[in-house]
Write a protein that binds this ligand. Structure first.
Ligand SMILES: Cc1ncc(COP(=O)(O)OP(=O)(O)O)c(N)n1
Ligand code: 3NM
Ligand code: MG
Length: 213
């Protein structure tokens, strides 16, 4: 059991291609949580609601054991059903709707790509953190629009945790932190080498990022 601050650290996003069944997903997520995540996001773009609820509910129970917040990608209704946070992009529902539906305490994240105007809107609508990227070439989402690391320093003005996403790995994590990232959002560098490697992968990212707690 841990009780960390979700605002700084490694933020792992699950991936249905890398973690194709429940056992693999839960084993990998447990390993990553043992490595001490700040946040875990359930990201599954399928439209099978029964499958998504089953997996998200299992992750929610696991995250409770580690006192690590769970965030659901895209789906406010699923987040509300489980009493957890949500991450919304520009093609998803509005941040204000999520804040209204999930309440004041919920973590509501927003994708801002490389745009400070989107960050400003998200901030005014009640976002809990602002996600920028992709900063490097991403194996998971190569088509995501690119962003420059210098954006992170400019985004300090919003006073919300800044998430860096896209191609973050052990070689790049320190650069992103030096540029101002509070949270490093990662798919491949945590889940790409299989469940047995996830705990070490998170530890190593934390060490290289200089996150000591
Ligand atoms: C932490 C974090 N940052 C960005 C995203 C991307 O969200 P979005 O643009 O809505 O794209 P999809 O992930 O839904 O494909 C994210 N999920 N998490
Ligand atoms: C889901 C997602 N969104 C991005 C964005 O830039 O908005 S990049 C991305 C995938 C990140 O995975 P990896 O750590 O494997 O590059
Ligand atoms: Mg989305």
């Amino acid at each position: 059991m841990m009780d960390g601050d979700w605002r700084r650290g490694i933020y792992a996003l699950t991936d249905a291609a890398l973690l194709p069944d429940d056992d693999t997903l839960l084993a990998a997520a447990e390993g990553a949580l043992r490595g001490r995540l700040a946040l875990l996001q359930y990201r599954d773009k399928s439209s099978d609601e029964t499958h998504r609820y089953r997996q998200a509910a299992a992750l929610s129970a696991l995250c409770r054991d580690f006192a690590t917040p769970l965030i659901i990608n895209d789906d406010i209704a699923l987040a509300a059903r489980l009493g957890v946070g949500v991450h919304l992009g520009q093609q998803d529902a509005a941040v204000a709707e999520a804040r209204e539906r999930l309440g004041r305490e919920a973590i509501v994240g927003a994708t801002c790509h490389a745009r400070l105007d989107l960050a400003d809107q998200a901030c005014r609508a009640g976002a809990s953190y602002l996600a920028f990227g992709r900063f490097f070439t991403s194996q998971t989402k190569p088509e995501a629009p690119p962003a420059e690391l210098s954006l992170l320093a400019e985004a300090a003005r919003f006073g919300l945790p800044r998430v860096a996403i896209g191609g973050i790995d052990g070689e790049r994590v320190a650069q992103a932190v030096a540029a101002g990232a509070d949270l490093l959002a990662v798919v491949h560098a945590v889940f790409g080498a299989g469940p047995a490697a996830c705990e070490h992968a998170v530890h190593e990212l934390r060490r290289r990022a200089g996150f000591t707690i």
